[in-house]
Design a binder for this molecule. Structure first.
Ligand SMILES: Cc1cc2nc3c(=O)[nH]c(=O)nc-3n(C[C@H](O)[C@H](O)[C@H](O)COP(=O)(O)OP(=O)(O)OC[C@H]3O[C@@H](n4cnc5c(N)ncnc54)[C@H](O)[C@@H]3O)c2cc1C
Length: 467
């Protein structure tokens, strides 16, 4: 939809003058996300209530302009970018934790609450909110629900969708509805909550979220294992889980990642080895030493050349140091990267890594892999300089081939980052023409005027990596 001139006076009447941003400098702050894509909105409004959100969306239906919900703008795929201009609705003022119910182990929050703040708050009640995207110090729960964010703990605890019991939502028509329940059970009508989680701001704007919580684990143990051969590391991952131990974290760093981190930190990492596994178990304290010991034995039997169990919290911190340093370390290899969060069944990790290595060779690219080996989610980072058009073109070809390979291996194009703009040309590859059409029909039924977050998911045949 093309944006027309916006009813700014109505926005001021609804949200107050101080919450309506119109200057180019202010609007610029809401024009991009972590994908590096950019589009300037015509106006930004920061509503303070669900009713204000609903009133703004009703105006969009009256005057036919586009509306783009936005949390912290940390998304990786351009899902919050105001393509074609229009109104950005920032949910940052809706940032209250409304309730933590220890007995029922639930919480009710507004969407602008920062995920890490929420985790700390429920921990004060002895409770645990497991989803842990690396962006948790700044990303919002609304953004996490819209993208169905995951993190290292997904291997044991699942992802955001597994914790959302219900929602209060402003639909694209401006109607305010409630979905789901506060109870663990509830089978009344269609499961709209499940449909809305992961809908990337295209089907509704969340104004309240009901979350399920768990008891906080008593303790945690951490182990690092170094493997001369990556196939052995992958074998160890499968054997651990086959032995009915589900680690809370099972992270893999490949050789290129180890080399990058070593160049950055000089901490004596084993750069000749093909893989490092960082493994954590959590739960009842008295069971953990046994679990971590069994994992160490499995890694040794799978030909790990070295293992180390953290004896103290500062040892644990040291073992995590390499994992935490990956992002800044990669920045030193090349100025830019294409980060794909492809996911395969964990038994296919060796095949995926082999395919990635041959893509690196074929297209003369530096490709660095790390990620959540426990759930087969391997972050594949093609390091490049976006100004080098030849390198960018080779990288785009490599991504196409990577996606074909991942689907052939029974995997998915995105484990956690979503579709947004950057992966929209590939959505049909995974869901098929009929699946795509079914999704579009749902979108059209709820949003006949295509008001909410247009230009995402359903776009095809464009080169989006060029930023
Ligand atoms: C350094 C870094 C590390 C990251 N690590 C991870 C990771 O480990 N795992 C992971 O899954 N992701 C990760 N991400 C990606 C990103 O943080 C997540 O996608 C996150 O969920 C986005 O939250 P946000 O508040 O920034 O949302 P935004 O980026 O602002 O928006 C994302 C989408 O949500 C929609 N949206 C936002 N709020 C609402 C709302 N209230 N109602 C409806 N729709 C809404 C927007 O329209 C948009 O489509 C990382 C990003 C960075 C920069």
């Amino acid at each position: 939809m093309r944006s027309r001139s916006l009813p700014i006076l109505d926005f001021v009447r609804i949200a107050g003058k101080e919450n309506v941003l119109t200057s180019p400098e202010e609007r610029c702050c809401y024009s991009y996300d972590a994908s590096k894509l950019k589009a300037l909105p015509d106006c930004v409004v920061l509503p303070g209530t669900a009713e204000e959100v609903a009133a703004l969306v009703k105006l969009a239906n009256r005057d036919h302009f586009s509306v783009f919900p936005r949390g912290a703008g940390s998304g990786m795929v351009g899902a919050s970018i105001p393509v074609g201009g229009g109104l950005v609705i920032s949910l940052n003022r809706l940032n209250r934790i409304l309730e933590v119910d220890s007995d029922n182990m639930t919480a009710v929050v507004e969407p602008g609450v920062v995920t890490g703040d929420f985790q700390k708050r429920v921990l004060q009640h002895g409770l645990f909110y497991p989803p842990d995207p690396a962006s948790l110090p700044f990303s919002t729960l609304g953004g996490n629900v819209a993208m169905c964010a995951g993190g290292p703990r997904a291997v044991k605890y699942g992802v955001t969708r597994d914790y959302v019991l219900g929602l209060e939502v402003v639909l694209p028509t401006g109607n305010l509805i409630r979905t789901g329940t506060r109870t663990m059970k509830g089978v009344v009508g269609y499961d709209l909550t499940r449909l809305l989680v992961g809908s990337e701001g295209t089907l509704g704007i969340f104004t309240k979220i009901i979350l399920r919580l768990l008891p906080a684990p008593e303790g945690v143990r951490t182990l690092v294992a170094i493997f001369p051969r990556i196939d052995d590391a992958a074998r160890a991952v499968c054997t651990i889980i086959r032995n009915r131990i589900i680690p809370s974290t099972l992270e893999l760093l490949d050789q290129a990642t180890l080399q990058a981190v070593e160049n950055y930190l000089h901490m004596g990492l084993p750069i000749k080895c093909e893989a490092l596994l960082l493994i954590e178990v959590d739960g009842r304290d008295k069971l953990l030493d046994d679990d971590v010991g069994r994992i160490e034995t499995i890694c040794r039997e799978a030909e790990a050349s070295e293992t180390e169990i953290a004896a103290t919290p500062s040892d644990r911190e040291r073992l995590w140091q390499a994992r935490r340093a990956i992002s800044p370390a990669l920045g030193q290899i090349r100025p830019g990267k294409i980060n794909e969060d492809v996911t395969v069944p964990r038994t296919q990790i060796p095949a995926l890594i082999r395919a990635i290595r041959s893509l690196a060779e074929k297209y003369r690219l530096v490709i660095v892999c790390f990620g959540h080996a426990g759930d087969g989610n391997i972050h594949t980072n093609i390091m490049l300089d976006r100004k080098d058009r030849d390198e960018l073109s080779r990288a785009e070809q490599a991504v196409h081939e990577l996606f074909r390979t991942v689907l052939d291996l029974g995997g998915t194009l995105s484990g956690e980052h979503g579709i947004g703009i950057t992966k929209s040309p590939f959505l049909q590859w995974e869901v098929g023409a009929e699946g795509f059409e079914a999704m579009w029909k749902i979108k059209h039924a709820l949003d006949p005027l295509n008001i909410l977050n247009p230009g995402k998911m359903f776009v095809s045949n464009r080169a989006f990596f060029r930023g």
